[in-house]
Design a protein around this ligand. Structure first.
Ligand code: FAD
Length: 317
């Protein structure tokens, strides 16, 4: 079922989770072990992230280095099939521009359609580790909107091969990303919102936000979106802080602020277990306020922290 239909049919705020494919070498059981404690909350859908390949240097016997391309977390399409089959839950694979050409994207969309996936979250992806700015594949997409248009085309039966005249029309429900604290490359919030509006006008059904730790930022973002004429559901993305290190890792990686009140409490903690308690309490309060405000879905970035999130959602419901 499509995410947008879950939202339309819901009588209350829904729950959804986001997972990462395991590192290459692990089995699908690591996904089941991660998800098992979360399934009692009957998530409406589960997102599975996509990771581009990266270049690494491998030292050879003669002391020189070989540059090789590795994908550390493959398996997004397979994981979607596995969790849909095992848990009977809707899966939302992330699709990224980075590292893919249009043909590979079309083939992935055909595979997803064949395994019964009705949803995609369409993203640009970040720059490769060795690049300062995002560079698309020579025959790929530069912005999420370009990838989105390819999915919309397939939904209209338009394939890359022009001689496919009566092509099957896929029915993907399309989500896109939004940034309550602005995308870090955007010159200002207004321009970021203008591009978000373009993604909405091009056919996205809903927005999932970058994580935030101050609900005020989400509410202000929703207001600004509505002023721009963006009227689709805006799903808040949430994550607990679980270690002191994250006080600098999260802002550096995701370009979001950690509120003073939260960082002060975390700095007082003696162990990471204490930090988890503070982070969980904060997440619970955020979730309660958002639910009370009637957000469509609470979307949790689980990132290896299923136990913390499970405790939070248990207290919430
Ligand atoms: P875009 O919408 O293309 O925007 C990128 C930047 O370009 C913005 O600054 C925007 O203002 C600007 N822009 C947009 N359109 C135009 C245009 N036409 N002309 C000029 N400028 C423009 N990354 C992964 O690699 N894998 C994942 O699975 C993944 N999942 C994510 C899930 C969520 C909910 C979020 C919020 C992010 C996720 N990311 C993921 C990270 C994401 O790929 C990065 O944040 C990326 O830098 C931007 O992606 P986007 O889709 O927002 O890009």
């Amino acid at each position: 079922m499509k995410v947008i239909d879950h939202i339309r049919q819901a009588k209350d705020t829904l729950i959804s989770f986001e997972i990462l494919p395991p590192l290459k070498g692990k089995t699908i059981n690591s996904i089941y072990e991660h998800l098992d404690p979360l399934m009692e909350f009957k998530p409406s859908f589960i997102n599975v992230t996509y990771h581009r390949s990266e270049h690494v240097f491998k030292k050879k016997a003669d002391g020189t280095f070989d540059k090789v391309e590795v994908r550390k977390r493959p398996g997004t399409v397979g994981i979607c099939a596995a969790i849909m089959n095992y848990y009977h839950v809707d899966a939302v694979p992330h699709l990224i521009c980075g590292g893919f050409n249009k043909r590979e994207t079309e083939d992935a969309l055909i595979d997803l359609n064949f395994i019964g996936v009705d949803n995609v979250l369409v993203l640009r992806g970040d720059a490769a580790k060795n690049e300062t700015l995002f560079e698309p594949d020579p025959d790929g997409h530069r912005y999420a909107i370009d990838l989105l248009k390819q999915v919309v085309n397939l939904n209209n039966g338009i394939y890359l091969e022009e001689d496919i005249l009566d092509g099957f029309r896929t029915k993907f429900s399309i989500g896109v990303a939004g940034y309550p604290e602005k995308h870090f490359e955007a010159p200002n919030m207004n321009s970021d919102l203008d591009y978000l509006k373009e993604k909405v006008d091009a056919g996205s059904d809903y927005i999932v936000t970058q994580m935030f730790f101050d609900n005020k930022k989400y509410f202000e973002f929703v207001d600004k979106c509505r002023e721009k004429g963006i009227n689709i559901p805006i799903i808040p993305g949430l994550k607990p802080v679980t270690s002191k290190k994250q006080l600098s890792i999260i802002p550096r990686t995701f370009h979001v602020d950690i509120p003073d009140e939260l960082s002060v409490e975390i700095m007082k903690c003696k162990t990471d277990l204490d930090v988890e308690k503070v982070g969980a309490e904060w997440l619970l309060n955020q979730s309660r306020e958002l639910k009370k405000a009637g957000v469509p879905v609470l979307h949790y970035y689980t990132l290896g922290k299923a136990r913390v999130i499970s405790n939070v959602v248990k207290q919430l419901l």
